[in-house]
Design a protein around this ligand. Sequence first.
Ligand SMILES: *[C@@H]1O[C@H](CO)[C@@H](O)[C@H](O)[C@H]1NC(C)=O
Ligand SMILES: *[C@@H]1O[C@H](CO)[C@@H](O)[C@H](O)[C@H]1NC(C)=O
Length: 425
Amino acid sequence: MKINVADLPQGKTIPHNILRFLLLVLTLTFICFTLIPLCVYQTPASSSSSYPSHSHRKVAYESKPLRLIRKKCDISSGEWIPQTQGPYYTNMTCKHIHDQQNCMLHGRPDTGYLYWRWKPGDCELPRFDARQFLDIVRGKSMAFVGDSVARNQMQSLLCMLSTTVGEPVDVSENSWDGKFKRWLFTDYNFTIATFWSPQLVKAKDTWPKETTGLMHLYVDEPDEAWITKIDKFDYVIISAGQWFWRPLLFYEHGKVVGCHICFDKKMKDLTMYYGYRRAFRTAFKAISKRKEFKGVVFLRTFSTGHFEDGTWKTGGTCPRTKPFKSSEKRLKEFDLEFYLTQMEEYRAAERKARKRGLKLRLLDTTQATLLRPDGHPGPYGHFPQENRIVHDCVHWCLPGPIDTWNEFLLQMLKTDGERSFEERL
Ligand SMILES: *[C@@H]1O[C@H](CO)[C@@H](O)[C@H](O)[C@H]1NC(C)=O
Ligand SMILES: *[C@@H]1O[C@H](CO)[C@@H](O)[C@H](O)[C@H]1NC(C)=O
């Protein structure tokens, strides 16, 4: 049953009082039709939160928004609690795992890190349901824009979907280096794409590489690699992180304005937070300016690394095999600064976007991520005999805690669908 007042033919020419009356009748009819069957099917054995599935599912789904108005839940804060059910896929069932995140293949000995689930403070985060996800995104397209952590999440999603519904087709235009890939789930006509843009704005690596590894960042110009390609996408998930740690030379209006990790004493040290802030501001602004773009934009928040006894450059490791409790670990220092910076830019952009009729959403995975020092490849991002010393405490093993980000994503797609349904009433 679809009721959409805006869809009534010549809605504007109907006098106001009649329109109001019609609306009332339609709303009442709607309530009668959806609530009554619900009460009838409500047996003592089925609690209010678990509906008898299959035949009555449609009814339950349609009436959900009415209940949700009362119960809003913040999925971003909670605890990891043990669960006996294992991961959604393994290195054997999914072929989309990036080699450097294939911890099982590379002999990670412990498996305890696979048996935890995220429990938000005041509700449940349902397990991922691939068919439900695909039903929602049927005929749509989703882009992941960012660095290798964004790709990490994309590959997790490919695994979570393909192991249930079968392999997507690789429809990439130009995929020689794996940085711009496109996959199509044909049965659902759903496209997933990944756009490599670690700093979201225009960047130039100095070549031949200077010993400093200095990168030129044009903080007021969006990276063409993605901004010119997203118009047709229904969902765009943007993120950025560790690439702002490196030495950066900042440009505004094409002119050098300062740097991060200055090798030139005369240059102004604007810090990496300046670059991070400006990159998000520019990205949001550029999206808003795309007249053709009608999609939903998600900001996936900062993913914290977990180096102990050093950094990735100075031999840091991440040897833990269990999550932290929320009381044991707080966001601090760089992590906190990155998180707050992007939140500020997000809030400012969200207000503006709303006026333009654009939806910005916060995929706030930072807290859940912070509590998982055990989820990184560490030394298992490659075979031990390769004898590399660097431990990877930034990316995430697949399967692993990053799968939860996609549980968040599905939950948000569901509640957003319900919200717009609500708005139409
Ligand atoms: C998967 O991991 C196991 C070890 O857990 C390993 O023996 C096997 O070769 C791996 N298979 C693939 C296809 O990566
Ligand atoms: C598949 O989805 C795209 C949008 O993502 C749409 O343009 C196209 O018409 C759809 N194709 C079919 C066969 O439904």
